[in-house]
Write a protein that binds this ligand. Structure first.
Ligand SMILES: NC(=O)c1ccc[n+]([C@@H]2O[C@H](COP(=O)([O-])OP(=O)(O)OC[C@H]3O[C@@H](n4cnc5c(N)ncnc54)[C@H](OP(=O)(O)O)[C@@H]3O)[C@@H](O)[C@H]2O)c1
Length: 253
């Protein structure tokens, strides 16, 4: 399938987990991919896999919470692969703590990465997308963007904010043929889910299997989702089928 031939995509947090699956899927569909994140070795490994499969990719190191780093990284990506047609705001962090134990620094870091980071990346690409007559913005939010999440209040607040950013951009940018959508998965099998299981084991003394079952039950899930299943949803939004879909919060269960 070459539905993204000739397109350039930026995927933040592309070195592992959901972002890696999206980067590989988009490259497999023909896109040139700028793989962004903080860990150079992980980004290089994803780019090497894409190159070995005959695709084009460049690693761009940046902390999405730092505006200057984001703007420099997008300049690097554009110089290497051309203007961005598809932005995937995937970089994210979560944590597990009672609200009473959530200090200002933790709140600030979680909101900066999950919300400010997406804002900086949108600022970096929207003017060019307008100039080029269109684009796709895909924000990897969470089920926690539409329902509250105990013990992760800052995360849920940031993801609710990300959904507001998505819906507002969708309305403002529709005249420029730029779509903006959020994908809102329940639990996905990545380091993030493993960390949540570890935290539950530590706090409750449950076994890992019990903790996993409790997390899935909390999300009303029959099973966990794979990163590749999230990538399939992202590909649909990025490709021709996604041209008329905007302002949506797509729930994955
Ligand atoms: N796993 C789930 O159950 C689940 C469910 C719903 C939504 N999500 C969302 O899906 C997205 C991806 O999560 P995941 O499960 O793949 O998590 P993950 O395995 O923990 O990966 C997180 C990714 O975000 C990057 N990242 C974190 N902080 C960053 C920063 N300050 N600057 C740049 N990159 C940063 C990481 O890159 P580094 O290598 O630089 O750390 C990594 O690539 C997140 O937005 C998450 O909130 C996950």
């Amino acid at each position: 399938m070459s539905t993204l031939n000739g397109k350039m995509a930026v995927v933040t947090g592309g070195g592992r987990g959901i972002g890696k699956a999206i980067a590989l899927t988009f490259a497999g569909a023909g896109a040139a991919v700028a793989v962004a994140g903080r860990n150079r070795a992980a980004l290089d490994a994803v780019c090497a896999t894409i190159a070995a499969r005959g695709g084009r990719a460049v690693a761009v190191v940046c902390d999405v919470a730092d505006a200057a780093q984001v703007y420099a990284a997008f300049d690097t990506a554009r110089a290497a692969l051309g203007p961005c047609d598809i932005l995937v705001n995937n970089a994210g962090v979560t944590y597990s703590a009672r609200f009473a134990d959530t200090d200002d620094a933790l709140w600030d870091q979680v909101v900066r990465v999950n919300l400010h980071g997406a804002y900086y990346c949108c600022k970096a690409v929207v003017p060019t997308m307008i100039d080029h007559g269109g684009g796709r913005i895909i924000n990897i939010a969470s089920m926690a963007a539409v329902v509250g999440m105990p013990f992760s209040v800052a995360y849920s607040a940031a993801k609710h904010g990300l959904l507001g950013l998505t819906r507002s951009l969708a309305l403002e940018l529709q005249r420029y043929h730029i779509t903006a959508n959020a994908i809102c998965p329940a639990w996905v099998e990545t380091d993030m889910m493993a960390g949540a299981i570890d935290a539950l084991v530590e706090k409750t003394g449950r076994s890992r299997d019990e903790a996993r079952a409790a997390l899935l039950a909390r999300g009303g899930q029959q099973r966990s989702i794979s990163p590749e299943e999230v990538a399939v949803a992202a590909l649909r939004l990025a490709g021709p089928d996604g041209a008329t879909i905007s302002g949506e919060a797509i729930m994955l269960q």
